[in-house]
Design a protein around this ligand. Structure first.
Ligand code: LLP
Length: 413
């Protein structure tokens, strides 16, 4: 079900007209659908049936506290990559025993904080990290539960910036070298081996790369068992793609089934989906400031910019842009551009739209890697975020103010 659809000639978010929300909260604005977040989470969770599992939502995709709260209440676990994300999950009511900690550059302080609250598992990405974690756990007189993130060297067939499972990527440990590192881990007094972890990339629209990676992980599982190293779970990462334009990624349930059919017995499985839970649960709303048709291009200058939503500029990502209240002005191809002083500041190019100044536009699929990647470039305040729940709307992050932007800066004496 699409939480954002047209009724009586205007775009709705669940039961509320988007234009009304834009008036009430101002633009640029992120809007999230609680129902969509829950539906997407449950689609993964339900697909596992009785098979022991954890769906650890990748917090990086959208870390608004209310988003995390909705998912925590739905029963989600969380995949974090920083001390900041740990704190967010805890404040949103997430349980430490459902947290896994990924990332290539965990600091000793972040490790200590995660150990003190008792997270489920550290996804260790290098030999050096393993040694430091053992040391930090020793100082706290604890034992750190770990999985080693292996790099299975499969091509995720996605954008090179978000492909992570190739030999030349910085992530994980070469799968060939993993047995030796597991043996080292088994010797370390403050480390307990729990699982094997891998994540090969993001916005994957085919099952084959996931299955190839899993095949290699299962081979490693056999090798480790032969070495007498017990494995208690497999973490298969995130990465399932979504439809932005005409991509046809597998259904969440088919993805889970495709993984489960290879899993021996009832070995617990973790997944770390981010985009596939959050992307299509969010819109980015912006207002047309000026129309600027030129001899070469037609520009619609809007109040949202690359600092608010960077995916189009950074990855040449295509996100659908639709009118909030369609009308019969003259339809032409517009470049939807923001106020930031860069040619790369656009939300979309060559979009056939009937536009007038003052119109609201909705950029679809903006719930993942949207607000979280926003910056203050050009000293712009970051947008507000609103959660829609049926016929109610809650401001879950206020629009930033210039005072807030400047709060940490000081003039020289
Ligand atoms: N687990 C790990 C270890 C990850 O690095 C990621 C994403 C995920 C899970 C979640 O992947 P997802 O299910 O969301 O594909 N900013 C980029 C995406 C970067 C993804 C980074 N890692 C974008 O806007 O396309």
């Amino acid at each position: 079900m699409d939480p954002f659809s047209y009724r009586d000639g205007e775009l709705f978010a669940e039961e509320l007209p988007v234009a009304q929300l834009a008036e009430r909260f101002g633009t640029p604005l992120y809007l999230y659908s609680r129902d969509a977040l829950e539906t997407h989470y449950h689609a993964f969770d339900d697909a596992f049936g009785e098979h022991p599992h954890r769906v650890c939502y990748a917090v990086k995709a959208n870390s608004n506290l209310a988003v995390l709260q909705v998912l925590a209440q739905a029963g989600a676990g969380f995949d974090i990559v920083s001390g900041g994300e740990l704190e967010r999950v805890l404040r949103a009511g997430g349980e430490p025993r459902n947290i896994v900690f990924s990332g290539v550059g965990k600091t000793a302080g972040e490790m200590a904080d995660a150990l003190k609250v008792g997270i489920h598992c550290f996804n260790v990405e290098s030999a050096a990290e393993l040694e430091l974690l053992n040391l930090v756990a020793g100082e706290l007189d604890r034992v750190a539960p770990i999985a080693i993130r292996v790099n299975p060297d499969v091509d995720a067939q996605t954008h090179p910036y978000i492909s992570t499972g190739l030999k030349e990527n910085k992530f994980g440990v070469d799968i060939q070298k993993a047995p030796a590192l597991y043996q080292r881990a088994a010797e370390l007094p403050h480390i307990k081996v729990l699982g094997i972890d891998c994540h090969i990339g993001s916005q994957l629209t085919r099952l084959a790369p996931f299955e190839d990676a899993l095949e290699r992980v299962l081979k490693l599982l056999g090798d480790l068992q032969a070495l007498g190293i017990e494995i208690h779970h497999l973490d298969l990462g995130g990465g399932l793609g979504v439809t932005y334009q005409d991509e046809a990624p597998p259904a969440r349930s088919d993805y889970v089934q495709a993984l489960l059919k290879h899993i021996p017995g009832d070995l617990p499985v973790h997944i770390e989906p981010g985009r596939s839970i959050a992307a299509n649960a969010g819109l980015f709303i912006t207002q047309v400031l000026f129309l600027k048709p030129t001899e070469h291009r037609n520009f619609a200058v809007v109040d949202g910019a690359m600092n608010d939503l960077i995916r189009p500029s950074l990855y040449s990502a295509w996100q659908e842009i639709v009118p909030v209240t369609p009308h019969d002005a003259d339809c032409r191809d517009w470049d939807i551009v923001g106020p930031v002083c860069e040619t790369g500041d656009f939300l979309g190019k060559d979009r056939a739209l009937a536009l007038e100044a003052g119109d609201y536009l909705a950029v679809r699929s903006a719930g993942a890697y949207g607000f979280v990647m926003a910056s203050n470039y050009n000293s712009r305040n970051r947008p507000a975020e609103v959660m829609v729940d049926g016929d109610q709307a809650f401001l879950v992050r206020a629009r930033e103010t210039v005072d807030e932007q400047l709060r940490l800066e000081t003039l020289l004496p």
